[in-house]
Design a protein around this ligand. Structure first.
Ligand code: 9WN
Length: 443
């Protein structure tokens, strides 16, 4: 790719500023997404952060992933939060005393010494591990990095593909909106409406001390998040009996497939053929198209597994999640062409009126340019789209998205998310994956 112009500002080069964010968010063994709002280690944040950290320090990037993997549960799940014991309990909700992982998660093999949540996040980890290895293969081999992480990543994928195939069609389901990572996406409105809200006074949100209420999920959203998580905990985090919420999400599954391709490469590097994994990734891609592709919309949609009287149905909401599968190498050409058309059309405005890629259809009834995953543009999804465009030969569009990414990251102070029309900063400043993915795209 063409060398991106590196925007500079009064505070020094963009690279130095991004590195400074990662430095101040580093705890010694991992990186927090943001000091104030998210003071612990988050699963998919750490994967994106490792992808950027490899440009600064491949050994720190390895440590980032290994710290997360050290909190893996016996059943293979990688928890969505690993709690830092030195952070006060009231700094983030839900805190360790809500999840009670080492007690409630005992049957599922939760670790005894570290406190975690009991839900998961998108499986970006094997992809991150492979990219981290590629940044310095000599160091990685000398430290036995891939040999150490491979069995853990394989167990993680096994958990998702077996215990989480709640729809029975071969894809993984998320059982909580926090698992998919786009917490208050309009995609969850219909399945969440079947969840009885927990009493408002049964918990205290900590996020509103750091973020504007209009930028965050609503109280009613939180009441439902709390109900779902508490019920899962009270089932000992078992996936046999099902709760009220199960969704097959295109981005979550596309990341699993991309990571399965990465695991195939890792297996090959470790002396195996990787063929079985590559074949599985190809097969899963076909299943993804079969179950979630909507040709009329020209994008992937979410499947509400318990919708339509538990026979399942595609949800009509159009979120950026439905464009993320562009990342995959084995999609039919008709699908990749339609995805690019949809991304560049009026709904997502890529290369047109929108900055980066909005999290939700600009023309959708639930669009809200400020409220978190209901419209604002996020940097991790832009990074995934940039990769997808480049993979499928859309070089000019990928270059333009990368330039927009770098400009917006610089001007917003590495914001958590931005207004999809103006690029104005929203949410936390000095956000981990925004800084990390900036470093990656500058490279
Ligand atoms: C709940 C940490 C996380 C991200 C998610 C984002 C947000 C948490 C929250 O922050 O979720 O997990 O408290 O809102 O939605 O994608 O991983 O950055």
């Amino acid at each position: 790719p063409a060398e991106p112009a590196e925007p500079t500002g009064p505070a020094g080069s963009l690279r130095a500023r991004a590195a400074g964010v990662l430095e101040s968010n580093w705890t010694g063994t991992s990186t927090v997404p943001s000091r104030g709002l998210y003071p612990h280690q988050w699963s998919w944040d750490s994967a994106f952060i490792a992808i950027g950290l490899r440009r600064l320090s491949p050994s720190r990037a390895q440590t980032e992933l290994e710290t997360l993997l050290a909190a893996q549960w016996g059943d293979g799940r990688i928890p969505h939060i690993v709690f830092n014991p030195s952070v006060p309990l009231d700094a983030y909700f839900p805190s360790p005393d809500f999840w009670r992982s080492s007690a409630a998660g005992r049957a599922a093999g939760a670790p005894r010494t570290v406190q975690t949540s009991g839900i998961v996040q998108p499986p970006v980890h094997a992809l991150a591990a492979w990219l981290v290895h590629r940044a310095d293969p000599g160091l990685s081999r000398a430290r036995g990095f891939l040999a150490r992480v491979y069995p853990k990543l394989a167990a993680w994928h096994r958990y998702l593909l077996h215990r989480r195939d709640l729809g029975g069609g071969g894809l993984a389901s998320v059982v909580h909106p926090w698992e998919q990572g786009m917490d208050n996406s309009p995609c969850w409105d219909a399945p969440l409406s079947r969840v009885a809200p927990a009493p408002a006074r049964s918990f205290r949100r900590a996020d509103l001390a750091h973020g504007a209420a209009g930028d965050r999920p609503t109280d009613l959203d939180y009441q439902r998040y709390v109900r779902l998580a508490a019920e899962y905990r009270d089932r000992s985090y078992g996936d046999e009996a099902s709760g009220g919420f199960a969704v097959e999400d295109p981005a979550f599954n596309a990341l699993l497939i991309a990571s399965e391709h990465a695991l195939a490469r890792i297996a090959r590097e470790l002396g195996a053929t990787g063929t079985a994994r590559r074949t599985r990734a190809e097969r899963l891609t076909a299943v993804l198209v079969d179950r979630l592709w909507d040709p009329a919309e020209g994008m992937f949609l979410c499947r509400d597994v318990y919708g339509a009287g538990r026979s399942g149905r595609l949800l009509p909401e159009r979120s950026v999640s439905g464009l993320v599968p562009l990342l995959l190498p084995d999609l039919p050409r008709s699908v990749t062409r339609a995805l690019v058309r949809t991304a560049c059309g009026p709904r997502f405005g890529l290369g047109g009126p929108a900055r980066l890629v909005p999290s939700y259809d600009l023309t959708g009834a639930s669009f809200d340019r400020h409220r978190y995953w209901r419209g604002p543009a996020w940097f991790n999804t832009a990074w995934l789209l940039e990769r997808g465009l480049r993979r499928h030969g859309e070089r000019a569009r990928a270059d333009a998205l990368r330039a927009d990414f770098l400009r917006t990251a610089a001007a917003s102070g590495f914001a958590e998310y931005v207004d999809p029309y103006t690029g104005a900063a929203r949410g936390a400043a000095g956000f981990g994956w925004t800084a990390a993915l900036t470093l990656d795209l500058l490279h």
